[in-house]
Design a protein around this ligand. Structure first.
Ligand SMILES: [Fe+2]
Length: 902
């Protein structure tokens, strides 16, 4: 178990001593200047001077330095790919000389306070930092600076005089009477040769806008202006601009008409916004942006791949997509070939697939993808060999059984779809003129027959015993369109379950529907588990279709749309409107890290036209449109928190006397049971935090202009297609803010982890969760030949329904990588942020947060050994660990990171 409580930075307060001695002489020529106006100006302006800082004219105070302190600034620079230190070229040589002379990194200390006599900004204190040491991937620069004794540092301006960007981890200023001052940078600092603007870094002290010290007000505004940008022009790699755009880059109409895709975002296909890149318009479709052959722009500090370990997830995904899958395509020549026998599926785990040896690109693929790739030394070939997924490891046959099919709706990869049936008959809301009869073909008689006289249908509904997976109305409008695509099919589906006396679900019926088209009438059929061979096999095949609907809904809606995609607007708005010294920015930031880069990667290779999703999931090129249809009809911010989501699906009701204030409809609902504890832990932490910065007396949420601007932008720009919805929460009180922030944090941590890190455990054996069904069920207008095959060899019909070999193996490889925790994964509540630990009240709240998360580990372990909890414990059952907060590296099926980083 990994559950450390470690600070991000090694320079803890206790290791630092008060330093009053000058460092100048002992540190080889660090430069020191107290900037002031020229003698001419000084003379002219007496006590008040005008000079230039960061390219801007402003008034500064000119006072005589009284008592002074000599302080040491230690800058920690991380070696990053592509940045300074990365290679030995000509510029590097020049930069080395610059470093040697100690003139490559200029620091400028800015006072928090105005000069008390002049009422203007105080003079800044500048000095060059010079390189002193290098350990592992971190290079230290130091500077000795003399500051007036009453100088309170509020910000440090940094000028990088190297020819390449540098990644600054942090700056520590040692020697002040009240202890060291920490400045967290975590940022790429551009070269002065690219941009003359100095970078602004504020100290770890947190301020609401109204409390901003006078000396920092101008910089606070200026930094936000820089991050908002001008909204025009194509973004360049070094830019730090956050802005909005529609998903108008998924297609590639210039490459082929086949790859034209509609714009997602706007009245026709409502969608959240993504980060604007400003690429030129497509020649064939002026509404679309040209696709770029290189990496898609994200603001510079969102691109973490240059910093992370070699096993950084982005790198592994790129390797799989760029190298492994193309190589696989050459090995499996017939793209439509399915698996001839079930034993052929098993061979993926014991023999593997020989693929041509992958060309190395400065790193070894086998060491980057050790779980997937092995080398055949004698032949010099690579073998793609899959690990046995947990579901098969524990019970080879569970995927075939109804009880496992039901159990996974409560404790599997998608616990977000199951809902209570509250009305009968089941009815579609779609137009019957277009989509056929609205009323379901699942009858009362059929249900009562399946319940076998235990109770009537009315009693079952009354006693909350009937549940449904409803993929009817969302999918039906796409059925005819999808069926025109090659190698895939689709139905609208409804699957009904009955809650048994021991709190498990039993499937009763599946209804598959095809709407009318041209001269063909609507087709639909209801399948039940059955007691004869033909019914049993039809039931298995109908289940395969439902599993594919569930796998698609999970990936496109529950995973991509509701976590990755909906979070991007929160990130963009936070950077545009909340200063990095704002308490809510500092609370949210660890939850928003890495997401923009991983989303850009998804746009580039996974969800794009002709990408992995379109070629391996049933809806094909309509996949993303379906996620837009869901967003349009169902997504609501106020229902994204766990309690509201459970209530919306009828899986819980409010009950002030119950734990968490909710009574679950199914007591043994592992996702909900563990999730509600996690929700409470998050809410307590957020409440402690918010109530500290917005105490009930004073500091009102309502008048915090940055906070209000952030929330307004989330609603009206990032989620602008929903801006007129009445359900948006209003940020008036502390409680409003706590609810909004807890919801965002839940989505990025608990929700995402629950639907992400079990992907290989459950989807790695594709018969359990096929992503596509390629053929219709044999009773839907079968040819003579198809019916004959089904009756003679139903196993082959099922295998033909499943994904092809190339589709299955592609998905397995991707799911394996997506389920992986890297060695430096950042788990929720494991590591404190500097700004949190520097504040004693927040630090104590964080300790409680961390402690409760450790407690949750034990609670989940205990639940998984309780045989009374049949949905998570029992013979061959995969225990429910997806919401266990911590994990070791690898594909573990547990661990909740702070943010959506994969
Ligand atoms: Fe994810």
């Amino acid at each position: 178990m990994l559950n450390p409580k470690v600070l991000h930075h090694t320079e803890s307060a206790r290791s630092l001593v008060l330093l009053r001695k000058s460092f100048v002489s002992g540190h080889g020529g660090a430069q020191l200047n107290i900037h002031g106006p020229s003698p001419f100006l000084r003379k002219k302006l007496r006590n008040c001077a005008v000079r230039c800082i960061s390219g801007e004219t402003k008034a500064v105070a000119e006072t005589v330095v009284g008592k002074s302190l000599t302080i040491k600034a230690v800058v920690s620079v991380q070696i990053a790919a592509g940045g300074f230190f990365s290679n030995l070229d000509l510029e590097k040589g020049l930069d080395d000389i610059g470093d040697l002379l100690g003139k490559s990194l200029l620091l400028e200390l800015v006072s928090s306070d105005f000069d008390s006599t002049t009422g203007l900004e105080k003079k800044t204190v500048t000095g060059y930092a010079h390189r002193t040491s290098k350990e592992n991937n971190v290079v230290k620069y130091e500077s000795s600076l003399t500051v007036p004794e009453d100088f309170v540092v509020g910000a440090v301006l940094v000028e990088n005089e190297h020819h390449k960007e540098m990644y600054l981890n942090h700056i520590v200023l040692e020697g002040f009477i009240n202890g060291p001052v920490n400045v967290v940078c975590s940022s790429f600092v551009h070269s002065k040769s690219v941009n003359k603007e100095k970078r602004i870094f504020f100290t770890s002290k947190t301020y609401l806008p109204s409390e901003t010290p006078n000396g920092l007000k101008r910089l606070r505004e200026k930094e936000l202006e820089t991050l908002r940008g001008t909204g025009v022009g194509e973004r360049k790699t070094n830019d730090r601009v956050y802005d909005y755009d529609t998903y108008n880059d998924l297609g590639n109409p210039d490459s082929s008409a086949e790859l034209a895709r509609p714009v997602l975002g706007g009245s026709q296909h409502p969608y959240p916004r993504r980060c604007r890149t400003g690429r030129p318009r497509s020649e064939k479709d002026p509404l679309s942006e040209k696709r770029s052959s290189s990496t898609i722009y994200v603001p510079r500090d969102e691109a973490f791949s240059d910093l992370k370990e070699e096993n950084f997830i982005g790198k592994t995904i790129k390797s799989v997509l760029h190298a492994l899958l193309p190589s696989l395509e050459t090995a499996v020549i017939d793209s439509e070939l399915g698996f001839p026998y079930f034993t052929a599926i098993d061979s993926l785990f014991n023999e593997g697939i020989n693929i041509p040896k992958l060309k190395e690109h400065g790193f070894s693929f086998t060491s980057l993808l050790p779980r997937l790739l092995k080398t055949l030394a004698e032949k010099g070939e690579n073998i793609l060999l899959f690990e046995v997924p947990e579901i098969i490891n524990r019970d080879k046959f569970s995927w075939f059984r109804d009880e496992e099919f039901s159990r996974q709706t409560l404790a599997g990869l998608n616990p977000y779809s199951i809902q209570l049936v509250t009305e009968w008959p089941l009815k579609s809301k779609l137009d019957p003129e277009i989509y056929g009869t609205a009323e379901s073909a699942i009858t009362k008689e059929l249900i009562e027959r399946e319940i076998k006289g235990v109770m009537t249908l009315d009693e079952a509904i009354e006693r909350k015993k009937l549940f449904i997976l409803d993929y009817h109305d969302l999918l039906l409008p796409y059925v005819n369109k999808v069926r025109e695509l090659k190698g895939t099919t689709l139905y609208g589906s409804r699957t009904l379950f009955m809650l048994t006396h021991d709190d498990t679900l039993r499937p009763l019926a599946i209804e598959l529907t095809r709407p009318p088209k041209d001269d063909k009438p609507m087709w639909r059929q209801v399948f039940a588990p059955g007691w004869d061979s033909t019914s049993c096999w039809l039931w298995k095949i109908a289940k395969a279709h439902v599993c594919a609907h569930d796998a698609g809904f999970h990936q496109l809606v529950v995973h991509w749309l509701r976590t990755h995609c909906c979070t991007e607007p929160y990130i963009i708005a936070a950077n545009r409107q909340l200063s990095s010294m704002h308490p809510i920015y500092r609370l949210l930031w660890p939850h928003l890290r890495y997401t923009m880069e991983i989303n850009a990667l998804a746009r580039s290779l996974l969800i794009n036209g002709g990408g992995i999703i379109e070629t391996t999931f049933s809806p094909g090129k309509y996949s993303m449109e379906i996620s837009s249809a869901y967003y349009d009809q169902f997504w609501r911010f106020d229902k994204e928190g766990l309690p509201a989501d459970l209530i919306r699906r009828g899986m819980a009701v409010e009950d002030p006397t119950a734990k968490h204030g909710l009574k679950l409809t199914i007591q043994d609902y592992p996702f909900a049971n563990d999730g509600l504890i996690l929700w409470d832990i998050l809410k307590e932490w957020v409440s402690d935090y918010v109530n500290h910065f917005y105490p009930s007396e004073g500091s009102p949420v309502e008048t915090d202009e940055e906070l209000q601007a952030w929330w307004t932008e989330v609603r009206t720009k990032g989620h602008g297609d929903k801006k007129d919805e009445p359900w948006w929460p209003v940020l008036k009180t502390q409680d409003d803010l706590i609810q909004v922030v807890t919801t965002i944090i839940w989505v990025t941590s608990g929700h995402h982890a629950a639907v992400n890190f079990g992907q290989y455990h459950y989807g790695g054996y594709f018969p359990n969760r096929p992503t596509i069904t390629r053929t219709n069920i044999p009773t839907e207008e079968p040819s003579e030949e198809e019916m004959k095959l089904f009756l003679n060899k139903p196993e082959i019909t099922l295998l033909k329904t499943f994904p092809s070999q190339i589709q299955a193996t592609k998905v397995m490889a991707i799911l394996d990588v997506l389920s992986n925790h890297s060695g430096d994964e950042e788990y929720l509540g494991a590591v404190s942020e500097r700004a949190w630990s520097d504040n004693p009240v927040i630090n104590a709240a964080f300790e409680r947060f961390n402690g409760r998360l450790k407690e949750l580990e034990g609670i989940i372990d205990g639940r998984n050994t309780d045989l009374n909890l049949k949905n998570r414990s029992g013979a061959g059952v995969v225990p429910y660990e997806l919401l266990k907060p911590f994990s070791e590296a690898g594909v573990t099926g547990k661990g909740v990171p702070y943010s959506i980083s994969i």
